[in-house]
Write a protein of this length. Sequence first.
Length: 303
Amino acid sequence: MGARAALLGSVLLVAMAVALQAQQVWHAKAIDDGALSKRLGPETWVHAPGGLPDGLVATRGTGDIRSAWYAMPTKRYAHGILGDAIEAGELKVRTSAGKMLSVRLPETQVFEDRYPRLADLDGDGTTEVVTIRSSVTEGASVTVYGLTGGALAERASTGFIGRANRWLNIAGIASFKGGTARQIAFVRTPHIGGTLYIYEYDGNRLIKTASMHGFSNHVIGSREMRLSALADVNNDGAIDLALPSDDRNVLRVMGFMKGTLTELASAPLPSRIDKAIAIEQTGAGAAFIVGLSNGNVYRVGQP
């Protein structure tokens, strides 16, 4: 029993050492207020046609779908999480051949979003369209569309949260685990104790691969959806995700280590993050520029 206890103690010490090595306390340093506007300009995507307030057109240079946007403004879901009660009832895309295709939702659903996201999720050379689709009675979902037989069709969904007026915000789509496949990261219920989820797409389904509680990437009623940023912070070839804690007073940097979602670093801040997060490339990997609700701007990174 003594030898076994000693072995277990050694394993525990190694595990603790790995955890301490993985998680770093980064430093937050105030910088000139004008730095934010210089490093992170306004959204530059083209405004979406069709009358959706602040709707933007997503574009991609390769693949079978080259652009996508929302249309058909509707007030049938009075949630107003993005600052108004106008959502979208239709998804439109333009293919690489220049063909226009669309999907129109039933009266019980809307796209509770400002712009779709285009990515080759499974590395097969074709483009998936990632959306936030909400049910007026069951809340939001991540729903993926793609081309099937020359038509735009639903490919996969996380399923609705299960209750009206419950929303999620996509934090990023990237190769968080390395390789050619890209995973979808989103925060479910970012205003009432948010949980970060990572999902993979296998060509037919969205499969949950990781989750962790304690995040927010949106200010309720705001049009700004970019309270997150993607960068390889430790030069390991996989993309990491920076986003606020659930109270938005801490920047948390998340990544995968040996297949496990891990907090790589964190930094407390004197006020809440309420603006889009910019990236500053460094020799050690990356740092982040964050704007706070008190009007100050901070650089968050390794000293």
